[in-house]
Design a binder for this molecule. Structure first.
Ligand SMILES: [Zn+2]
Length: 166
């Protein structure tokens, strides 16, 4: 029986996939692992390592090349790779689909030093709607509270604007 080729370590995986650095492989492996642990794996996730080699106190993950090749066949592109997508396209971090940027909402990044830079959400609008519905379903009290606050705010605005019309 022919020996199966193994990709040992993140550098080997990155080289096989044409990723910029072992860091990309490390990030994608840990994101995939976290999502598997959360019971919410995505189709673009790197498969779990087929084994680990011990090097002193370190465990080096490895994958069978044919397993990675099979996964690479039909997988959607993931966020870590999406920087080289054509202009106007973006890959959703939740559903893994590549969609036009018009399918993503924007927001002003107010973190320190970002000075309100306009950015796109990592998740597409459809996913954000689904997530919001899920959240509202799980937190009905907080959802109702937020909705009633928002209604009050708009009522105040409507009243303030009354009589100002043409
Ligand atoms: Zn999505």
């Amino acid at each position: 029986m022919a020996e199966r080729t193994r990709l040992v370590g993140h550098a080997a995986l990155a080289a096989r996939m044409g990723w910029a650095s072992p860091e990309v492989a490390r990030t994608m492996t840990s994101v995939a692992k976290r999502r598997r642990n959360d019971g919410a794996p995505c189709p673009g996730d790197v498969p779990a390592p087929d084994g680990y080699d011990k090097q002193g106190s370190h465990k080096i993950p490895w994958w069978y090349e044919d397993v990675i090749a099979a996964w690479d066949e039909g997988r959607p592109r993931t966020v870590a790779e999406s920087r080289d997508l054509p202009d106007g396209q973006k890959t959703c971090s939740r559903c893994g689909q590549t969609k036009p940027v018009s399918e993503y909402s924007g927001y002003a990044d107010m973190r320190a030093g970002r000075s309100g830079k306009w950015r796109l959400h990592p998740k597409c609008k459809a996913c954000r709607v689904e997530l919001a519905a899920e959240w509202n379903g799980k937190n009905p009290e907080r959802h109702n509270l937020a909705a009633s606050k928002s209604n009050k705010k708009h009522r105040r605005r409507r009243r303030a604007n009354e009589g100002r019309g043409p």
